[in-house]
Design a protein around this ligand. Structure first.
Ligand SMILES: Cc1cc2nc3c(=O)[nH]c(=O)nc-3n(C[C@H](O)[C@H](O)[C@H](O)COP(=O)(O)OP(=O)(O)OC[C@H]3O[C@@H](n4cnc5c(N)ncnc54)[C@H](O)[C@@H]3O)c2cc1C
Length: 483
């Protein structure tokens, strides 16, 4: 437990939402010493030695100072924190892996419910299922399941929390073969705004289960997920780097679309970073840095990769038989970039679209800039659109545009570039994937939930969180009651 400090005696000094102090009785009860006595988990307050580390999230430039960070030990403690937030009316942030692009896992002045100590994982290799607590990262889960030759697909980065990625959908290296992360979600344990610990699965609270699969953190705090696991004992993958000409980019996307579902590819079109395995004369030249993932035997894998390798002489080819967890690249914990970014879906990348991509990347001088193209389809597409709250099942290609910036002036320049780039690529689909959404306003949150999805989510929100306690997120306000 962190040491107590003067400044942490009583954390209810300001409230982040609406003014006024919390009622005296509550204030007394929730002083830091009392909280420390009440929780088995860790209570971290301003002034504690580990406060700054505990309020650091993945994206840079987010400098919020929560009143208290509570690293809960179990679902009962989640209930306690929720009661505290409800009664004190302090803003509540819920944090799993801390990768929200806009720092939704951190509150200014409020309470952070930090799940990072809840890392229980029970793998049943016979049934090929796992119960996982939501403080686990994708990498921790993947390594543990990988020891059995099994996997559930998350995203492309090990340090992302399974809490956030699962609740938003989960698009990763197995998306075409096994669908989104939520397509392998069999059940969840959730603490709702009224403090109940509920199970959600196709039979129990099915409306909640539907909403959790794409609707983000709007409906409660997920404490455990039950996932399906797949045999991943035969696997090939790694980085393939090709020169980024219009023909190579368009050809790459065509091959990824034609490939069997066993192949999922993420193509990053960008100026070559100074990677040690690339000759110095290539640094800064336009490349396609592709992350290739093939689930199957090596002989067939080689045949599937051949057309990609034939697009141009590879500048680097590290695609080989590996274990699935090896897909996750090593990470630097001190890496906290500030980036302007935009997520969108498009239908096609032909030669003309590829030329647009290259032209925009060449027109910027951001130290790091990228157009990331992910070919979707496969199993993800075969799940009915209304089966879950993630409704972009028919989208062909997901695009992430990003440029790093340094300081507010640079930020404005990079944001304008990203906006312009997105407009040039727009093919008429206004949708966005909620997990890559920034602080972009209510209209864009609605765009994450097309058709009837938004209204259905708002109705479920009204049932499970009528007072919008869980609002520090890509928020779906509760539907108004019909009079
Ligand atoms: C470097 C990087 C790579 C990424 N790659 C991918 C990718 O390949 N595929 C993909 O699909 N996404 C990807 N993402 C996006 C990622 O899925 C989202 O940012 C996700 O929200 C992060 O989850 P987290 O738990 O780490 O974040 P947090 O900041 O901890 O949580 C984000 C929000 O999710 C909600 N939340 C989290 N856990 C819970 C819980 N247990 N119960 C209730 N609500 C909860 C809360 O509202 C919280 O504010 C990436 C993000 C980054 C930064």
């Amino acid at each position: 437990m962190a040491s107590e400090s003067k400044s942490s005696k009583n954390f209810v000094t300001r409230r982040s939402n609406g003014g006024g102090a919390a009622p005296d009785a509550i204030r007394e009860r929730i002083s830091i010493p009392n909280l420390r006595a009440a929780f088995k988990g860790q209570v971290i307050a301003p002034g504690d030695v580990d406060y700054d580390a505990a309020r650091t999230v993945f994206p840079g430039g987010i400098d919020r100072r929560p009143g208290v960070i509570i690293r809960v030990a179990d679902a009962n403690e989640v209930t306690q924190v929720i009661a505290l937030a409800r009664e004190s009316e302090m803003e509540l942030a819920v944090r799993s892996g801390g990768h929200s692009a806009v720092g939704h896992g951190l509150s200014e002045g409020g309470i952070v419910l930090d799940l990072s100590r809840m890392k229980g994982l029970q793998i049943d290799p016979e049934q090929r299922t796992a119960w996982a607590e939501t403080g686990l990262t994708a990498g921790e889960y993947t390594n543990a399941a990988g020891a059995y030759g099994l996997a559930t697909g998350f995203g492309d980065t090990a340090s992302v929390g399974i809490g956030g990625i699962t609740l938003g959908g989960g698009v990763g290296y197995l998306v075409r073969k096994y669908g989104l992360t939520i397509d392998d979600l069999l059940a969840a344990e959730v603490v709702t705004a009224d403090g109940q610990i509920l199970r959600a699965d196709p039979e129990t609270n099915p409306d909640l289960f539907w909403a959790l699969r794409g609707g983000g953190g709007n409906f409660g705090v997920a404490t455990r997920f039950k996932f399906r696991l797949h045999d991943i004992s035969q696997f090939m993958g790694g980085i393939l780097i090709l020169p980024a000409t219009p023909d190579v980019i368009a050809g790459f996307i065509a091959e990824a679309e034609a490939a069997p579902d066993e192949l999922s590819a993420i193509a990053n079109v960008m100026p070559a970073p100074p990677m040690p395995f690339l000759p110095a004369e290539l640094h800064g030249k336009m490349i396609v840095l592709a992350l290739m993932a093939y689930t199957g035997d090596v002989g067939t894998g080689e045949r599937v990769f051949a057309p990609f390798r034939a697009l141009a002489t590879p500048l680097a080819d590290m695609v080989r038989p590996i274990t699935y967890p090896q897909m996750y690249q090593p990470e630097d914990e001190s890496y906290h970039p500030t980036a302007a970014a935009h997520n969108m879906f498009i239908e096609k990348v032909d030669r003309s679209v590829a030329e647009t991509v290259i032209a925009h990347l060449q027109a910027s001088d951001a130290v790091m800039r990228v157009a990331q193209l992910r070919v979707l389809g496969g199993t993800m597409e075969r799940v009915p659109v209304d089966a879950t709250a993630f409704a972009h099942r028919q989208a062909r290609i997901m695009v992430n545009l990003a440029a790093f910036y340094n300081g507010p002036e640079d930020q404005a320049v990079r944001e304008a570039w990203v906006k312009d780039f997105a407009a040039a690529l727009d093919q008429g689909n206004p949708g966005v994937y909620v997990n890559f959404l920034g602080d972009e306003g209510n209209k864009r949150v609605q765009a994450a939930y097309p058709g009837s999805t938004w209204a259905r989510l708002a109705a479920i929100k009204a049932r499970y969180d009528p007072a919008n306690l869980f609002r520090l997120n890509q928020n779906i306000p509760p539907a108004e009651k019909e009079s």
